[in-house]
Design a binder for this molecule. Sequence first.
Ligand code: FES
Length: 90
Amino acid sequence: MSKIELRTIKVFGGASKKLVSELEVDELSMDLTLMEFLRLKKVPVASSCYGEGVCRKCIVKVEETEVLSCMMTIKHFLNNHEPVVLISYL
Ligand code: FES
């Protein structure tokens, strides 16, 4: 029997300077973009290009680097980064 590994993403607010949310990730969420996942979990992420990678409103900080959350899947995020996101306006 395979073990399902649950992962948690911590969301910090840049404005509030505190932990805003801890979000559990299930297997079904792995192919969502980080933006889609955050919105699904009721974390507001700005967008005016509907995830086309054009407007740059969906920028979040991952390990001190600004990334377009609409261009990164949860799978890629969890496999390559600490599971921590900073959103400046929260
Ligand atoms: S939603 Fe527009 S660049 Fe990500």
